[in-house]
Design a binder for this molecule. Structure first.
Ligand code: DAH
Length: 340
């Protein structure tokens, strides 16, 4: 009797102080294995007087069950402890930052372009594209820019060959579209343009423009002003206004510089945003249209300039450096930069 109580107590003590799964396996076989302590105890039952055997056997079996249950519990808590130890101090450093999935977001220039499209598509404009490497005729001549016009100067234009240039504006798409289609025409033409300018905070030899063209029997200067007003509201908010100042472009007559006015704490502030005008009859003639039958208007804007005004960006170079800390600030639509 006493020897059994002693066996149980010392076994439970050993189970409590187990340090590893390995020790546990070892102890389990010492206690419960075929040659283990309880096995020996059971075998010794046969040496007892007949009458004592059942009681003794029963007692041993009860202890056996208790010890088995205690070993199972110990196995569970050891496994748990080992897992935790591994996480905290082992191969896994749970304090390291995880690997983020970085969601993409649109470039601010793309965002401005999309706003322009949104504003014009509902008016029936479709997107048109043209080549970046352009023949002199489409970039200048057909747009009524004479041979000696300063825009053709070596300082402004990148010439690839005597009459092949990198387009200096998106206005070449006006010519290509009108040559390919009959009126009515309503297009919006975005894209890269090139000027032989030195880089500084407001100049880049490569930048982007967006051009609009509407040719119809009765597309008027009033329609132009209405579209520009929508444009201003779309890009600069519901209180934005437009102001047209007389100006000169070879391909329009009359021509206007378009200012957008928006409210600031200092009052209404006017900023020059784009150029526009009624398409010059010479331009219509150069594509084979009859200026007595059709007329229309065009406008062109620098996308960088609009983005700089709209977002308060002071240096044009930021658009091209692909610094995610910069680019991630314009997500809108709940899109955010990494690390924010
Ligand atoms: N092409 C002009 C530029 O690059 C912008 C422009 C002005 C486009 C007036 C137009 C327009 O279509 O009507 O400076």
């Amino acid at each position: 009797m006493e020897d059994l109580q002693h066996l149980e107590a010392s076994a439970l003590e050993k189970i409590k102080s187990l340090g590893s799964q390995q020790d546990l396996t070892q102890l389990r076989s010492e206690l419960l294995g075929k040659k283990g302590l309880l096995g020996q105890a059971l075998r010794s039952v046969s040496a007892l007087p007949e009458a004592e055997r059942p009681g003794r056997g029963k007692e041993i079996n009860i202890i056996k069950q208790k010890l088995a249950a205690a070993l199972d519990d110990a196995a569970k808590s050891l496994a748990q402890a080992e897992r935790e130890a591994k996480l905290v101090g082992g191969r896994y450093d749970v304090t390291l930052p995880g690997r983020r999935t970085v969601a993409g977001y649109p470039h601010p220039l793309r965002l401005v372009e999309e706003e322009v499209f949104r504003c014009l598509k509902s008016l029936g404009f479709t997107v048109a594209n043209g080549p970046l490497v352009e023949h002199d005729w489409y970039n200048f001549e057909a747009l009524n820019i004479p041979q000696d016009h300063p825009a053709r100067d070596m300082q402004d234009t990148f010439f690839l060959a005597p009459s092949v240039v990198l387009r200096t504006h998106t206005s070449n798409v006006q010519i290509r579209t009108m040559l390919a289609q009959d009126p009515p025409i309503r297009i919006v033409a975005p894209g890269m343009v090139f000027r032989n300018d030195a880089v500084d905070a407001t100049h880049s030899p490569v930048f982007h423009q967006v051009e609009g063209l509407w040719i119809d029997e009765k597309a008027t200067f009033g329609d132009l002003k209405g579209i520009l007003q929508r444009f201003a509201v779309q890009l600069f908010g519901p209180e934005a206004q437009v102001r047209l100042r007389p100006s000169y472009f070879p391909f329009t007559e009359p021509s206007a510089e378009v200012d957008v006015g928006y409210k600031t704490s200092k009052g209404l502030e006017w900023l020059e945003v784009l150029g526009a005008g009624m398409v010059h009859p010479e331009v219509l003639k150069s594509v084979g249209y009859d200026p007595n039958k059709v007329q229309g208007f065009a406008f062109g804007a620098g996308i960088e300039r609009i983005a700089m005004l709209r977002y308060g960006i002071k240096d044009i170079r930021l658009f091209y450096e692909n610094d995610l800390r910069f680019l991630g600030q314009f997500g809108g639509n709940g899109r955010h930069a990494p690390g924010r």
